[in-house]
Design a protein around this ligand. Structure first.
Ligand SMILES: Nc1ncnc2c1ncn2[C@@H]1O[C@H](COP(=O)(O)OP(=O)(O)OP(=O)(O)O)[C@@H](O)[C@H]1O
Length: 343
């Protein structure tokens, strides 16, 4: 698929009933057990990913979330062509990644926060030159892109440092730039900001936002950092025990699982008759203040509620108390069901 074909595709990432089972040998305890395992190995199946289906549209950043061992990395490995699924199918920019790894590699960039894809013993500058040659990036484009990445990620202060001597934050910034040097449409990021300090995290998030909003890249991101999800993702897919348990926008998920917001207001005129609004209950009065909360399953999000309240009443003061996303996600895991790998 050419770049213009990829731009026109309805979805940049298509995942249909994707599954991956690992067969592992159980080690029996003790010396006798070890001998028996050798003679008569007991094999068990681990269903790491079980029949998941989702899409990512061009220019969308989707967060793939789930607890440790949920199957996120296994999914990304299938989408980058490192692993072949046991069943189901995936397409990335129109290419089946595990059937045509080389073609897929031209369309995608990938960063795994836990390990580098750069040459350990080479200075950053040389690693980038090698990538330019591998991907046959024209010199002028290469220079322009490096300048853009340097402006956003401040790479030039460690340009001549060997990769092995970079700090974690410096190394991942270089990995990000390296993954995007050939201008891929689709980007996979597996815990890109793990272990970074808050300043560098923020810089990387700004960079990613720029890549999605200004460059129109399609991004699939895994992270355990809910602040990151709130800053970057509009939509999330939640997997647990290899199964997809939820696919929706942050607003929808908050509405379904996190309807615990409260809005506290002070009407300008203390004699105002305050009444409930559609989906918004009047919870209590505290002196001059009135506290609203969500009512019923179709309750609005806190942002929608605020709009309604502000339009209806003249206020002198307003405060919001919203459930944080960690709590919302915890509720989602519990209520959406455990998933199942005991198949
Ligand atoms: N090569 C393998 N052989 C056997 N089991 C594996 C293999 N790779 C992954 N698994 C198992 O598959 C399950 C899913 O692992 P995966 O790494 O995809 O989870 P994850 O959601 O990325 O977790 P984390 O958040 O901890 O990175 C785990 O139970 C893991 O032990």
């Amino acid at each position: 698929m050419t770049r213009s074909d990829a731009k026109q595709a309805a979805h940049h990432i298509e995942v249909r009933g994707l599954s991956r089972t690992f067969r592992t040998t159980v080690r029996r305890p003790g010396f006798g057990g070890a001998l028996r395992s050798l003679v008569n190995p007991e094999r068990v199946a681990k269903h790491a990913v079980s029949g998941i289906t989702f899409d990512v549209a061009p220019g969308e950043l989707l967060a793939l979330l789930g607890p440790n061992g949920a199957g996120k990395s296994t999914t990304i490995k299938m989408l980058t062509g490192i692993l072949t699924p046991t069943s189901g199918v995936a397409r990335v920019a129109g290419v089946v990644p595990y059937e045509d790894r080389q073609r897929n590699a031209r369309n995608i960039g990938a960063v795994f926060g836990q390990r580098t894809q750069l040459w350990w013993d080479l200075p950053v500058r040389e690693s980038f030159s090698i990538l330019r040659d591998i991907y046959e990036v024209p010199r002028a484009e290469h220079t322009a892109r490096l300048k853009e990445f340097d402006d956003l990620l401040e790479l030039s202060s460690f340009w001549d440092t060997r990769v092995r001597h970079l700090s974690l934050g410096q190394r991942v910034r270089c990995d990000l730039a390296a993954a995007l040097l050939h201008d891929p449409q689709v980007v996979f990021l597996d815990e890109p900001t793990i272990g970074m300090d808050v300043v560098v995290k923020e810089q990387v998030r700004e960079f990613l936002r720029h890549q999605v909003e200004e460059r129109g890249r399609t991004v699939l991101l895994t992270t355990h950092d809910m602040t990151e999800v709130e800053r970057l993702a509009e939509r999330v897919v939640l997997i647990n025990h290899g199964r997809l348990v939820l696919d929706g926008t942050l607003d929808e998920i908050r509405r379904t699982f996190g309807s615990t917001w409260q809005v506290r207001v002070t009407p300008a005129d203390p004699h105002t008759e305050v009444a409930p609004l559609p989906g918004i209950a009047l919870l209590r009065r505290e002196g001059p203040q009135v506290v609203f909360g969500p009512e019923g399953p179709g309750a609005p999000t806190v942002h929608q509620a605020l709009k309604q309240i502000v339009e209806r009443y003249e206020l002198t003061d307003l405060a919001i108390d919203e459930a944080d996303l960690e709590d919302v996600m915890r509720a989602a895991y519990v209520q959406a069901g455990p998933g199942a790998d005991e198949v």
